[in-house]
Design a protein around this ligand. Structure first.
Ligand SMILES: NC(=O)c1ccc[n+]([C@@H]2O[C@H](COP(=O)([O-])OP(=O)(O)OC[C@H]3O[C@@H](n4cnc5c(N)ncnc54)[C@H](OP(=O)(O)O)[C@@H]3O)[C@@H](O)[C@H]2O)c1
Length: 283
């Protein structure tokens, strides 16, 4: 199967490239703005002979020509297009002002690019019973945690709603899966248990495995605990759920710090750290 992964240069996108290439018949076409030299595993991917990378900003109109070139070389068989690209930057300042450039760029990645993807790949997907995977977020269920973001949750809601409509419009022609993710990837949350924050690798495996099932699920919630919490909190008024979210975050931070301290004690690093502080005080 051919996979087109939009946003493949790092994070979950890169982990999905790794996971796809484990399938012996997979050919992967990845897109991203990063230069090839900035991509960690690219030499390994290219060595497989089953990976091609296009450096392009998918929020720009020029991206369309790149997508058309990709579509021309796709075989007449089911292809899986994974819409993963997103910008996760805050677009509201501490004073509450809109940071317009970030707001615009974040919206464009989804709004402009998703339209191009559907327009360019649409007939191929419908003719060949293709698969569309949209990487969304649990933030659309209870959009309260990342308060400094406006366009990000809005763009995810847009993607989720568009996929929902498409599922009806392209029924029996294209298999459509919306992935609603909670926190994933251990960059920021290294000390969290994996059932709360699973790694990019585990998440990628879940997603790619689901695309290989005979019946591709229409929605995939992951990790399950976060998804369940967001679904429940989505039912209560926003003011209340935001207070609950804040409390949960404080608790999680505390648990993370405790676990790091215990690790340091176990490795003797805490004593070294205290010795170092004492020495500095004496100087
Ligand atoms: N991580 C989480 O906790 C989490 C939670 C919920 C949902 N998600 C969703 O999961 C997906 C992956 O998240 P992540 O943590 O892997 O994010 P990430 O590390 O920021 O990766 C985003 C990817 O999108 C690409 N991208 C962004 N803007 C682009 C543009 N204009 N043109 C081309 N490529 C672009 C980036 O490549 P370049 O920088 O090379 O352009 C990168 O490959 C996103 O859709 C995100 O919304 C993540």
């Amino acid at each position: 199967m051919h996979f087109v992964i939009i946003g493949a240069s790092r994070g979950l996108g890169a982990a999905m490239v790794d996971e796809c290439l484990k399938l012996s018949d997979a050919f992967v076409i990845g897109l991203g703005r990063s230069e090839k030299r900035e991509i960690e595993n690219i030499s390994q991917w290219e060595l497989s002979g089953r990976f091609r990378y296009h450096q392009v900003d998918v929020a720009c109109e020029e991206c369309r020509a790149v997508l058309e070139d990709i579509c021309k070389v796709l075989p007449s068989e089911p292809v899986c297009v994974i819409f993963n690209a997103a910008l996760l930057d805050p677009d509201v300042s501490d004073d509450g002002d809109l940071v317009y450039d970030t707001y615009h760029a974040t919206s464009m990645v989804v709004v402009v690019n998703f339209g191009h993807v559907l327009d360019v790949f649409g007939s191929h997907l419908r003719r060949n019973n293709g698969i569309v995977v949209g990487i969304s977020s649990t933030i659309v269920l209870a959009p309260l945690v990342q308060e400094k973001m406006l366009a990000y949750p809005a763009s995810k809601a847009y993607l989720t709603a568009a996929l929902r409509s498409l599922r009806m419009l392209w029924r029996d022609q294209v298999r459509i899966m919306t992935v609603l993710l909670g926190h994933v990837g251990n960059k920021k949350f290294r000390k969290m248990p994996s059932w709360i924050v699973p790694s990019y690798e585990t998440t990628a495996k879940k997603i790619i495995t689901a695309t290989q099932r005979e019946f591709v699920p229409s929605r995939l919630f992951y990790p399950y605990a976060t998804a369940a919490a967001y679904r429940l909190l989505g039912l209560v008024p926003d003011r209340i759920s935001s207070v609950i979210f804040r409390r949960i975050r404080i608790l999680l931070r505390f648990a993370m710090m405790l676990s790091m301290t215990l690790d340091m004690i176990e490795c003797g690093e805490l004593l070294d750290f205290c010795d170092m502080l004492e020495c500095e005080e004496m100087m």
